[in-house]
Design a protein. Sequence first.
Length: 370
Amino acid sequence: MNKHLALPLVFAFCCAVVAEDQPVPPPPPTTDPTVPVPPPPPTTDPTAPAPPAPSTVDAPASAPTPPAPARGDRVAAAAGRAAAQGRAKAVSLRLEVDAGYDTNVLREDTTTATSTDTEGFALGSELRGTWRAIRNQQGQLNFIGEARYNYYPDESSADLGRIGAAAFGLLRLGGIDPGMVIGVNRQWIDGEGIATILRGTLTVTRLSPGRAHFDSLSFDAYDVSYDDNDAASGVFSDLLWRHWWMPEAGNARRRVEFTLQGGFYSAEADVESYTMFKPGIGILYRLGDQESGVWDISAQTALELRSYDEGITGESAEDQTNWQIGASVDRWFGSWFAAGPFITYSLRESTRDARDYDRVQVGVRLIADW
């Protein structure tokens, strides 16, 4: 397997979900995950803690009283309260199944003579369990186990399996809250082991007094160990800032999110080492009522600038621009089942020949919560 292809593939699922139960997958350091996972709501790192209050908590008494919401908003708020009660369960389980079409499974430059032009159907499933061992006014402690498999009927060499486990702890100090994440992830490609990833993260978070703004700053370190590629093994470290703006104070189901990430991958070989910088923006909005249905609509985009330390023999060091944009709609049927479409467009422009590509991933996702 091409080593530059393997790097983003391994990072794409290097951490398990351990946050305050925002149902989204983890962030890849690259904007170009290899598998056609449906785009998440704008939060790209569920291991970062969410605001400490449920989305329906009222603003402090000192804040002016807002006008009464419309009927649809009241029902959406009721759905939010039901979701908050679900999140409060000591143990929960989520199953996601997705099916779609991928226009560039192997992320190849389709203008080259050696391109296979591989495209076709993509199927995936993910099972995740959460145990909230501690959750009170002083803090929280979550343990997560998860497994995912992505299957390409037309290109088995891209089939990806993973299992992972993580623990997330947070202390609520009333102002700035510190937290920590530790995790391990094991991955396979086409049934063969490819890599083991260990993760450690330190976080600090703050929710504004009016509950309209939430900030999280995290320092992450990922130890990546490839089974058969020592030169590409190394440590990825990054600093990630995330800001949520919630127009309805405290309602995390209606928010605009900004992210800013800078990182460095230090591999055994300089040709595999790189620095990256990635800003992003997203929006998540819940609307509807129990009669017509509750809908979660999300859209997000991110731009990654990446520079490798050295080039391969006979070439200068590679620079990449990776852009990704996606959107999804989830229609909830009751409090435990949702379904809806997703679409993601990915683009890479590289200073190396035959490294440019674009890709469209489109499909349908089903979600079941217990």
